[in-house]
Design a protein around this ligand. Structure first.
Ligand code: PLP
Length: 392
């Protein structure tokens, strides 16, 4: 295993080392759960105080005309370069689940000759639950969820939409986005990517993809329950309709007309009033990613991964995350029958990871606020902790 001295030498040469000071991670804690809830940027504290005290407290309703109304499109445009989309193809709204619903219904209405949503069995549950619910709202539509090795054959002339999560929430396995987008398009189907574990974690290029969604509270550090984003390729924007056709997506919300007329471009994907306390917090988190070279950031993630993977090998832990960097996201997952207890014991020792039923422990690798030294320390604590859990 890498020594602390070796880790410190890597940290001394780390171009991201200074970013850590911009996050409020408590001293003594090794936080390996940024893939579930990103750490708090110091800038968010200031932004939130400004939102409450000045924007709300002093400016009151005038703030809608002083940046609040534009926030969904403005923040969407900042997320766009992180996912390989154009600034006018992304908007922030609602939760990932709600955005999935909107896009799945729209995609099912795109070509009435096609009625099947194809997804992966074991996808993040909300993707499957929402697809089932959305399909139930469109006459004749159904969801088919198959294991990854049967996906290619499941996509056929009935497929309206292929719905995939780019980086798997449990194993961190990463789909080849370009290849699966091509596979869907070759069959005449649309594709929607869930980027919840991708944006801000790995380089993403949506390329020819039709649409996408993703979380704001993971690698984008937007805060608990942060608003999510959705992307619709420019070529579909005029034709697709938001089934949750609320007044904020209307072409002229303040004309207060009875009849719905969809807004231009991505504006129609808004539904209700944006939650500004959360929006402004998300913007501060997204701003931390501005200008970050995602290839370099992921290279550091890969180096952190290697430290934990080597320790896992040394202590006989089964790693379920692919070793090849281009085939994974930015966390490492191990399988162990007593994973839940081990994760709890690690938390007691100041290393926060998490457990996913039935036997997976996950450790998020967030290079902006984790050092090589943190990971070497975590790896040592992992070995010490595991010694308390001998195999039967
Ligand atoms: C892949 C994926 N999609 C969606 C979600 C949930 O999205 P939301 O709670 O914003 O609806 C998660 C949450 O962890 C996730 O991992």
């Amino acid at each position: 295993m890498m020594t602390l001295e070796e880790a410190r030498a890597l940290d001394a040469a780390d171009p991201f080392a200074s970013a850590r000071a911009r996050f409020a991670v408590p001293d003594g804690l090794i936080y390996l759960d940024g893939k579930s809830l990103g750490a708090l940027p110091g800038a968010t504290i200031d932004a939130s105080r400004d939102t409450v005290e000045r924007q709300w407290g002093e400016r009151l309703i005038r703030s809608w005309g002083e940046g609040w109304m534009d926030a969904p499109a403005r923040i969407g445009a900042k997320i766009a370069p992180l996912i390989g989309a154009k600034p006018n193809e992304v908007i922030v709204a609602d939760s990932t689940s709600t955005n999935l619903f909107k896009l799945i219904v729209a995609a099912l209405r795109h070509d009435p000759a096609r009625s099947v949503v194809v997804s992966e069995a074991g996808n993040f549950p909300t993707d499957l639950h929402i697809a089932e619910g959305a399909a139930a709202c469109v006459p004749g539509a159904t969801l088919i969820a198959v294991p990854r090795d049967r996906l290619a054959e499941a996509i056929d002339g009935d497929t309206a939409l292929v719905l995939l999560t780019h980086v798997h929430y449990k194993t961190a396995e990463r789909f080849d986005m370009a290849a699966w987008t091509r596979r869907a398009h070759d069959a005449g189907a649309l594709i929607c990517w869930d980027l919840s574990h991708s944006a801000g974690a790995v380089p993403v290029d949506l390329g020819e993809a039709d649409c996408a969604v993703g979380c704001g509270y993971k690698f984008l550090n937007g805060g608990p329950g942060a608003p999510a984003y959705l992307m619709v390729a420019a070529r579909h924007q005029a034709a697709w309709a938001n089934p949750i056709s609320g007044w904020m997506g209307h072409a002229a919300p303040f004309a207060f007309t009875d009849a719905y007329a969809p807004g231009e471009g991505m504006e129609r994907w808004r539904s209700g009033t944006p939650a500004m306390l959360s929006m402004n917090a998300l913007e501060a988190g997204v701003d931390e990613m501005a200008g970050v070279d995602m290839t370099a950031l992921f290279a550091k993630s890969a180096a952190l991964f290697d430290i934990l993977a080597a320790q896992g090998d040394a202590i006989g832990l089964e790693c379920v995350t692919p070793r090849e960097p281009t085939k994974r996201g930015s966390h490492i997952a191990f399988r162990h029958a007593r994973a839940r207890e081990i994760v709890d014991a690690l938390i007691d020792r100041g290393v926060i990871g998490d457990f996913r039923d039935p036997d997976i422990m996950r450790f998020g690798l967030t290079p902006l606020y984790l050092s090589h030294e943190d990971i070497v320390r975590a790896a040592t604590i992992l070995a010490e902790t595991l010694a308390d859990f001998p195999r039967d």
